[in-house]
Ligand binder design. Structure first.
Ligand code: PLP
Length: 289
């Protein structure tokens, strides 16, 4: 498959694209990124992702090569040039390529790139296999509101989870569960949904943000507070959210069955509403084009 990439203003085959050895993304993980879901060739919550990108870049005092309007235009023009309909845009910006030095380089143009990649469509709400979680110590830095490319702690944790026969790692710090290696975590208690506040230890997930909006529309009470491990393990239900998986209901955690081992009614209701929002918003984009 001939995949294309947009790199610093040029579109080329992904296989031909090169970034310098001294790019600070490569040497220092000095960069930020976004993953934006495409549904039938249309990006979902593009504005929200680009707003978070701007906050992330500001959070590491890095300039972006394009402003939001410029980047939106480039992405929307790029998508039809690729063959990807259901998939994602991976976008990354680094502080650029410069002689290796911890100090920020002066007058160095940042590196900006994005490309589209096919993903299998997400299963209909409630139809996916339940997720198996595995607990890992939270050894990450304390600026998780920045979506930084420095993901080594997440990479290690996810690999530990899979080695233990699970699908996703949940981070535990001081008895509190924060989030997962690549998703936000929610627990269901009766008619309430509880999740850790965003900030130092939790990424402000875009799916999480949409879920709060949906919950408000449905009249579902969402509570932001730290959740202790024991409380999470005895919850009626647990689910995780991310751009690529939407909502994943959790079947087991450290080998123990969660709830009654099925996708609970609350999780199903929220996922159905999220899917309706996806369809509404991605169609709305076509209408607006
Ligand atoms: N938390 C972490 C650590 C992540 O890496 C991700 C996504 O990659 C999320 C949460 C979910 O964020 P979003 O819903 O924006 O994909």
């Amino acid at each position: 498959m001939n995949e294309l990439i947009w790199l610093n203003g040029d579109v080329m085959p992904l296989a031909d694209a090169h970034v310098g050895v001294e790019d600070r993304g490569f040497q220092f993980a000095d960069g930020v990124y976004e993953v934006i879901r495409l549904y039938d060739g249309r990006p979902f919550t593009l504005r929200e992702h680009l707003e978070r990108l701007e906050r992330s870049a500001a959070g590491i005092r890095m300039k972006l090569a394009l402003d939001r309007a410029g980047l939106t235009g480039e992405i929307l023009r790029f998508i039809p040039r690729t063959s990807v309909r259901d998939g994602m845009i991976y976008l990354q910006s680094t502080r650029g390529c410069s002689a290796r030095n911890h100090l920020f380089p002066k007058d160095c143009p940042p590196t900006l790139l994005f490309y589209a990649r096919h993903l299998a469509p997400v299963d209909a709400p409630g139809e996916a296999e339940g997720v198996k979680l595995h607990t890992e110590p939270d050894e990450r830095w304390k600026r998780w509101w920045v979506k930084a490319t420095a993901l080594l702690a997440n990479v290690l944790a996810k690999n530990e989870a899979v080695a233990a026969g699970a699908d996703e790692a949940v981070f535990l710090e001081g008895g509190v569960v924060t989030e997962c290696s690549a998703s936000n975590l929610f627990i269901v208690r009766g008619s309430k949904v509880i999740t850790h506040p965003v900030g130092p230890k939790v990424l402000p997930g875009i799916t999480r943000l949409v879920l709060f909006q949906i919950a408000a529309e449905l009249g579902v009470e969402m509570i932001e507070r730290p959740v202790r491990f024991d409380e999470a393990m005895s919850a009626d239900g647990v689910f995780i959210t991310s751009t690529t998986r939407e909502i994943g209901w959790v079947k087991s955690w450290d080998g123990r069955t969660v709830g009654d081992g099925t996708c609970g009614a609350m999780t199903l209701r929220l996922h159905k509403a999220l899917r309706e929002r996806v369809l509404r918003d991605t169609d709305a984009l076509v209408g607006a084009a």
